[in-house]
Write a protein that binds this ligand. Structure first.
Ligand SMILES: Nc1ncnc2c1ncn2[C@@H]1O[C@H](COP(=O)(O)OP(=O)(O)OP(=O)(O)O)[C@@H](O)[C@H]1O
Length: 215
């Protein structure tokens, strides 16, 4: 499984945002996407997820042309993302929040997948029956990651996962993300600088004013 993006151009309301972006995430690779606020990280992630239309260029995952497939097919392809904000539903329990993508996409093997996620992040299993609103911001981030892991069994995209997370929890988040690499997932992590991702990633791309360079 690999993600290959070639010469991708994306505009929002007629304004060019991404210029000729090329990026590669190899099988089982963990790759960083580093850029300042407004550089275009979220726009690129939204384009990969099919949430923004692309102007020109190519995106392939496991040989499938992602540009040709609508957003709702991503979960079935095993592609998922952790948005910058957590977007948990406060009145639902932790487990209900984690199960949302399973219900929305009628995913198979959800029981095994849930056990796998609880094994990876055991502290979440302990508060599975609590309402999301009763958790700290960092705990909510872990739950949002768990939720993304339900459909994301091939490619997981993490949009600034460490943003606004206290040091103790960001260390824990790093441990969990490192484990994902060992599980053979392709992972793309965006960050405004490489403070947290430097030790995690196998390769790095930098994005500046909508243009991406390797290294
Ligand atoms: N809905 C929109 N309408 C107009 N311009 C937008 C829209 N969304 C993003 N942009 C512009 O696209 C550029 C890239 O924004 P994007 O959110 O992708 O950056 P980012 O690297 O993720 O930054 P941040 O770290 O602040 O989230 C910015 O100049 C932004 O103003």
């Amino acid at each position: 499984m690999s993600l290959e993006i070639r010469n991708l151009n994306v505009s929002i309301e007629g304004i060019p945002i991404l210029n000729d972006v090329s990026l590669y995430v190899g099988p089982g690779q963990m790759v960083g996407l580093i850029g300042h606020n407004g550089a275009g990280k979220t726009t690129l992630i939204r384009a990969i997820m099919g949430l923004l239309p692309t102007d020109t260029g190519e995106m392939f995952f496991d040989g499938q042309d992602l540009c040709a497939q609508p957003a709702f097919t991503r979960a079935a392809t095993g592609i998922s993302y952790l948005p910058e904000d957590r977007r948990l539903i406060p009145a639902l329990t932790v487990e209900e929040n984690i199960m949302l993508p399973v219900w929305a996409n009628k995913l198979a093997d959800s029981k095994q997948r849930l056990e796998w996620v609880y094994g990876l992040i055991p502290e979440i299993a302990q508060f599975r029956d609590r309402k999301a609103m009763q958790l700290s911001g960092g705990q909510q981030k872990l739950v949002a990651l768990a939720r993304a892991l339900m459909p994301g069994n091939q490619l997981l995209i993490l949009d600034e996962p460490f943003e606004g997370v206290a040091p103790v929890l960001s260390r824990r988040l790093s441990e969990v993300i490192a484990k994902l690499g060992q599980e053979g997932l392709c992972v793309l992590i965006s960050e405004s600088d490489d403070t947290h991702s430097a030790d995690l990633v196998d390769a790095l791309f930098r994005i500046e004013r909508g243009s991406v360079t390797a290294g």
